[in-house]
Design a protein around this ligand. Structure first.
Ligand code: MLT
Ligand code: MN
Ligand code: ZN
Length: 303
């Protein structure tokens, strides 16, 4: 199984267009040991040819341009993207669907609550009916194994998890199972597995089995501390309120991942305010000491 990190940043990307936090300002000034990152998306393939796009970020055009495997190779109009799967209905994971409008009818896998948000509060799937059209494939978030015919060589399981529905969802303050999911993806040949959850607010007990089953976990790296946005002077929302477990401190992601000694551990969906973006900083060193990597655009994982 081949996993391409198309975008390692959280919503807004790095740098964010209107942000002058210490990270974004120093990155623009060229004084930070850090690299720009686009918004949250990965692509997964079992055969190296047909890819499942997991989340369609607002930066998808740039991401396709940067990843030859997703570009046309077989015909006058063509793509390496066989189907799209959405883990939630957030803008950073779905706005890129609009960019795919010139293509063939698009198979889109998502849960019923995500489909509801994407046909009401942010009706992107209805809008696409006037362009390529969408074949919605409902996902159940109960761990049932399924395959994506357009992307052979992998099977998947989706698990409901606690993160956050978008602000335009009636579920924003009234969580329902399936608003957000994590995925366990298995390579049919090698049996090796990836657990992917870019939004992970809480490690609920039912998530331990799929996480323990994974050879690699690629999980929420949004914020270092719960109060990161206010510390940086760019907002008052807390990381946990936004459905993202911070890394540092008791009960944080670093401590949580200690319970997975065997797995390769990688953080993704990193907010531009997060000090782990600084490659020579102490927070990055603390992650390295805990055996945790930080995803970046262009990273490739082979399982
Ligand atoms: C999130 O992950 O909390 C959202 O994507 C934030 C956003 O909309 O930028
Ligand atoms: Mn996000
Ligand atoms: Zn910033």
């Amino acid at each position: 199984m081949q996993i391409l990190i198309l975008g390692a940043a959280a919503g807004g990307g790095f740098p964010q267009w209107n942000c002058a936090c210490a990270n974004c300002a120093s990155l623009r000034a060229g004084t930070l040991a850090a690299r720009p990152q686009t918004q949250s998306s990965i692509a997964v393939s079992g055969d190296g040819e047909r890819f499942l796009l997991i989340n369609a970020s607002p930066d998808i055009r740039q991401q396709i341009n940067a990843n030859p495997a997703l570009q046309p190779a077989r015909g006058a109009r063509d793509t390496g993207i066989g189907a799209v799967l959405l883990v939630d209905a957030q803008i950073d994971h779905t706005a890129g669907l609009l960019i795919l409008r010139e293509g063939e009818r698009l198979p889109v896998y998502c849960t019923p609550p995500v489909h509801e948000d994407l046909t009401t509060g942010f009706p992107v799937l209805r809008m696409l009916e006037h362009y390529c059209g969408v074949d919605w494939q409902p996902l159940s978030a109960d761990g049932t194994s399924f395959e994506v015919p357009q992307v052979p060589g992998i099977s998947l399981q989706a698990f409901a998890l606690s993160s956050k529905a978008p602000p335009y969802s009636p579920h924003r303050h009234d969580p329902h199972p399936g608003d957000n999911i994590g995925l366990l993806i298995t390579d049919s040949g090698s049996g090796r597995r990836l657990f992917y959850a870019p939004g992970l607010g809480e490690l609920e007990p039912h998530l331990w089995a799929p996480m323990r089953a994974a050879d690699c976990v690629l999980v929420d790296g949004t914020c270092w501390t719960d109060d990161e946005l206010s510390r940086r002077g760019v907002g008052s929302k807390r990381s946990r309120q936004m459905g993202h477990l911070p890394q540092h401190g008791p009960g944080g992601m670093i401590e949580t991942l200690e319970r997975l000694p065997e797995a390769r551990k990688i953080l993704i969906h990193i907010n531009n305010t997060n000090p782990i973006l600084v490659e020579d900083g102490p927070e990055r060193a603390a992650l390295a000491a805990a055996g945790i990597e930080v995803a970046h655009d262009g990273m490739e994982i082979v399982l």
